[in-house]
Design a protein around this ligand. Structure first.
Ligand SMILES: Cc1ncc(COP(=O)(O)O)c(C=O)c1O
Length: 449
């Protein structure tokens, strides 16, 4: 048996031993008693190791926007691996990241025309936070070091990301985190906004929290604000109408950089290349990952404004302008995957798919209102969330049951975060898939106690 064959065998059958793999963000002991193992994927579907066909309602983990195992991406990765497996990008280079960065700059909003490559959303966030602090320093405002995030925010798992993030479980085990971080309040307000279609009406005044925090610390100490335009990992929290505009105004007024974390909203999820464009609110940096390669090869990218980039391009010739980077910044396989992915997005007009389908998506999603235990339904673009009432003394149990029922009994992959069921399908889906997703989810929810 060739090695390649044995790798394939291992990937498509259940392993006998499961102890060594310490799984991320997973109840390891519970999972290993009844593993859910995926063996292959194509377009809108996964296949499990025991041969069941699962409809993917989550684009993997908010990443496979172009659908699964698309042949042109597969071919690009394979050819790249055979041509140039790796090349350093520290004081060396190869053509692909230059080509890719130009392609990305072309779809990014003005003036975000420079791109720094990373390998994940977490690295993109830490990169953007570091660039923000360093930017102020190279301009002679080195006292601007404070960072402001938001409650319920998720910005990955690096120390920077969990410090500005606002999910207690992601923070409380890990010590004092970064100093000099503050948090705005989140915008989830089920009492006033339950069952809103699209952006909620109430809550624009929560942006004024930023004024309060800035006044407390003085604007001269604040480097950046980081927020997700729509947060996914905390259970889909939407910005109230006018909220993002107001945050932008306050940042501009005080010379504070605005970073939008678009790791899940980037690359077509909300009906434009980036949520910044859909909402008409342009930040100073955008952090991305996931959809950049449609999840095929790990890669992230930080988009910075020309002003930020240019502020570093001073000093003596031959001086390294930014002491930051990853061995795999601009990795050839990731670049090849990203370029092939961008081709699909362009050729299939996938950045507009969400706007074509969102009304139907919204109608089918909100038709679930009235099923047992649903306390809120939220949507925007091709994102949907159903919040279930928690069982007394067992927060998350009902959401987990709905998720496992959907998977085992109805061949549907959704995501459960606590008692919120979230959906973010590949952007190639058709109306028939939307029908299947909501028919199956309805059955799963009816069966959930
Ligand atoms: C908004 C946001 N930022 C950052 C991340 C972290 O990305 P990664 O898991 O690739 O590090 C995520 C992941 O879901 C995310 O949703």
């Amino acid at each position: 048996m060739s090695d390649a064959h044995s790798v394939h065998q291992a990937a498509t059958s259940a392993p006998e031993q499961q102890d060594a793999f310490w799984m991320p963000f997973t109840a390891n002991r519970q999972f290993k008693k009844a593993p859910r193992l995926l063996a292959s994927a194509a377009d809108m579907h996964y296949q499990t190791v025991d041969g069941r066909r699962i409809l993917d309602g989550t684009a993997g983990l908010w990443c496979c926007n172009a659908g699964h195992s698309r042949p042109s991406i597969v071919q690009a990765i394979a050819e790249q691996a055979a041509t140039l497996d790796f090349a350093p990008t520290f004081q060396m280079g190869h053509p692909l990241p230059f080509v890719l960065a130009e392609r990305l700059a072309a779809i990014a909003p003005d003036p975000l025309k420079h791109v720094f490559f990373t390998n994940s959303g977490s690295e993109s966030v830490d990169t953007a936070l570091k660039i923000a602090i360093a930017y102020h320093r190279v301009r002679g405002e080195g006292q601007r070091t404070r960072l402001i995030g938001r409650e319920k925010g998720y910005h990955g798992v690096g120390f920077g990301g969990i410090a500005v993030g606002g999910l207690p479980n992601n923070r409380k085990f890990f010590g004092p985190l970064l100093p000099g971080v503050d948090h705005m309040r989140h915008t989830l307000d089920i009492e006033r906004n339950a069952f809103s279609r699209g952006l909620p009406e109430h809550g624009v005044e929560l942006a004024e929290d930023l004024e309060r925090i800035v006044a407390l610390h003085d604007a001269s100490t604040v480097a950046a604000v980081i927020i997700e335009p729509i947060s996914g990992s905390a259970g889909v929290v939407l910005p109230p109408k006018g909220y993002l505009q107001r945050v932008r105004e306050i940042c501009s007024k005080h010379g504070i950089l605005l970073i939008m974390d678009e790791v899940i909203t980037g690359f077509g999820r909300v009906g434009d290349a980036f949520a910044a464009q859909r909402f008409g609110v342009i930040p100073d940096m955008i952090t991305t990952a996931k959809g950049l390669t449609s999840g095929t090869v790990p890669m992230g990218a930080v988009f910075t404004s020309n002003a930020i980039h240019d502020a570093f391009m001073n000093g003596p010739d031959g001086a390294i302008e930014l002491f930051h980077g990853y061995t795999y910044s601009g990795h050839p396989l990731a670049c090849a995957a990203a370029i092939a992915t961008l081709d699909i997005y362009r050729d299939e007009d996938l950045f507009n798919a969400a706007q074509r389908l969102e009304q139907y998506w919204e109608d089918r999603l909100h038709a679930l209102k009235g099923l047992p235990n649903i306390i809120d339904i939220r949507n925007f673009g091709l994102i949907g969330a159903i919040e279930l009432a928690p069982r007394p003394g067992a927060a998350g149990a009902r959401g987990y049951e709905a998720f496992t029922r959907a998977f085992y009994d109805y061949d549907l992959l959704v995501r459960a975060t606590g008692d919120v069921i979230a959906m973010s399908p590949p952007l190639i889906l058709q109306r028939e898939h939307i029908d299947q997703i909501f028919d199956r989810l309805e059955s799963a929810l009816r069966a959930t106690a």
